[in-house]
Ligand binder design. Sequence first.
Ligand SMILES: *Cc1c(COP(=O)(O)O)cnc(C)c1O
Length: 404
Amino acid sequence: MSQTPTRADFDRYMVPNYAPQKAIPVRGEGSRLWDQEGREYIDFAGGIAVNSLGHCHPVLVEALTAQANRLWHLSNVYTNEPALALARSLVERTFADKVYLCSSGGEANEAALKLARRWAHDHHGEHKHRIVSFAQSFHGRTFFTVSVGGQPKYSAGFGPVPGGIVHGEFNDLDSVRDLIDDDTCAVMVEPMQGEGGIVPATPEFLQGLRDLCDAHDALLIFDEVQTGAGRTGSLFAYQQYGVTPDILTSAKSLGGGFPVGAMLTTDAVAGVFTPGTHGSTYGGNPLASAVALAAVEFIDTPEVLAGVQQRHDLIREHLETINRKHGVFREIRGMGLLIGAEMAPGYAGRAKDILPLALEEGLMALIAGPNVLRLAPSLVIPEADIAEGMARLERAVARLVAAQ
Ligand SMILES: *Cc1c(COP(=O)(O)O)cnc(C)c1O
């Protein structure tokens, strides 16, 4: 019972829906991690765009431990100070009038989709229930969100999918014009597709969606689960685009590693979620809310947000230097600290082959689909860690090229 767990225990005891790497990290500090053997890694993965302030940031540790000594959980029969403070902070910093708190991105999106359906139902009638989403989009793994997502491999094999969902082409307004009509209740879109390959929307596309939604009295939902909470260099990406949604979802970086999600919306829309229409046991949990509040207040400052852009430029320069030497990338793209490097034709589908090599060199990275290397480090990663991480990445890339 008291034996130290090993990687073999994963295969023995865990449902096999993941295939984790061999090393088991046991400790983290800033943008460095150490595994069971004491090997050190630089973290360019950030827990998949979650660890917005790196590991064990003192501000988040302080918020968590202070709350841990005060109050852990109440249920929604009562409200609590951290949840109210977080909601107020998000409202004051965004377009939103109202906030719904939950524990993950999928839950935030589930709430957003149900809210849109309920709003249309109550204001227009049963017929107005169609949802427009996009090919390659990703919105979570609940059955509704995975059906709205545009990657059939994730929703296939689970029986009949919910009806009334159609998919257009990302960054192609004409494809939306063909799909949207007065029976459409919502358009859901990521301002930059994350899992779909780090593909930023064009400003014209998002503005065009806003106009089409207005023309058809449909709600525009921005899924900012991956792009939000400072990741792109503004608190939320919509602020950079200057296009305001009716509903916005956030999670991942919002909690800096503590499970939390939020759905933001306007008074006009929120009103249909009357008591009893929707809920979640852990939504607004005091621990989660205290950490998220500390994260938002730390991130949403000119210094931290400007630092995201500076680090973006630095990482891009490093990737371009690596590419000039090795020619493995076709395009380097992204916003802020969500950066994708698409593989060159000679390395098509090989992005995942970089990950174990990088790990051997002491670097954690990510992919976004088979063809894109994805980097989502801490928003405050030190420049020295970027330089060292890039040196390790270059060694991994050189090994990929040598083995070609
Ligand atoms: C990760 C992600 C989700 C799902 O979030 P979970 O916390 O895993 O439920 C939804 N939408 C986008 C854009 C994401 O990147």
